[in-house]
Design a protein around this ligand. Structure first.
Ligand code: ZN
Length: 165
C-alpha cells in the first residue's frame, strides 16, 4: 500500500513546482504505477510474468514514456502526470533502501525491465489482505502513511479555511 504516502509525501517532493501543476493530474501520477500494477496482480496473478505488484507500471520504460510525452505535449496535465509518476518511483526506491528485500523481490528487476530478464519482482503475498498485513508491519509504510495523511489533512484544512474566509 502507501496511498497517503504517495499522495501527501510524493506531491511535496516537488516543492514550489507543485503549485503550478494541476493537482488532480499530479495526484493521479503519484498513484498511477500502483493503480495499474496492483489490480493486475490481485486479479490475474500470480503468474510467471505477473509475479508481484510491481510490474509494467514500475518500469523505467513506463516512466520514460510519460516524460517523453510530457516533453512533447508541453501541457500542464501531462507534465503533472509525469512528475507524479517520478515521485512514485522515488518513494518506492527509498522504501527498497530501507527494507532491503531479497534479490528476487527487488524493485530494480522492475525498473530495469527487461535488462535482468523478462521477469518482475516476486511478491511474498497472494492477496490484497496479505499485502495489507505485511505493509502494516513496515515502519517505512506506516510512517509514510501517517506523514502523508497529516500533510493532506492540513492542506485540506487550510483550503477549507481559505474558502470559508
Ligand atoms: Zn509502487
Amino acid at each position: 500500500m502507501f496511498v497517503l504516502g504517495h499522495l501527501g509525501v510524493g506531491s511535496r517532493l516537488l516543492f514550489g513546482w507543485r503549485a503550478r501543476l494541476p493537482a488532480l493530474w499530479l495526484y493521479l501520477g503519484c498513484l498511477l504505477p500502483d493503480v495499474i500494477d496492483k489490480p493486475l496482480f490481485y486479479l490475474f496473478g500470480p503468474t510467471p510474468l505477473i509475479s508481484g505488484t510491481r510490474t509494467f507500471g514500475h518500469t523505467a520504460l513506463f516512466l520514460l514514456a510519460w516524460v517523453l510525452l510530457a516533453l512533447l505535449l508541453r501541457r500542464p496535465w501531462s507534465t503533472a502526470l509525469a512528475a507524479g509518476i517520478a515521485t512514485h518511483f522515488l518513494l518506492d526506491v527509498a522504501g527498497e533502501m530501507v527494507s532491503a528485500p531479497d534479490p528476487e523481490s527487488s524493485i530494480w528487476l522492475a525498473i530495469f525491465f527487461p535488462a535482468f530478464g523478462v521477469r518482475f519482482p516476486v511478491a511474498h503475498f497472494a492477496t490484497i489482505l496479505e499485502h495489507l498485513e505485511i505493509s502494516a508491519q513496515s515502519g517505512y509504510v506506516l510512517a509514510g502513511e501517517l506523514v502523508g495523511g497529516a500533510i493532506l489533512l492540513s492542506a485540506w484544512w487550510r483550503g477549507r479555511r481559505r474558502s470559508a474566509g
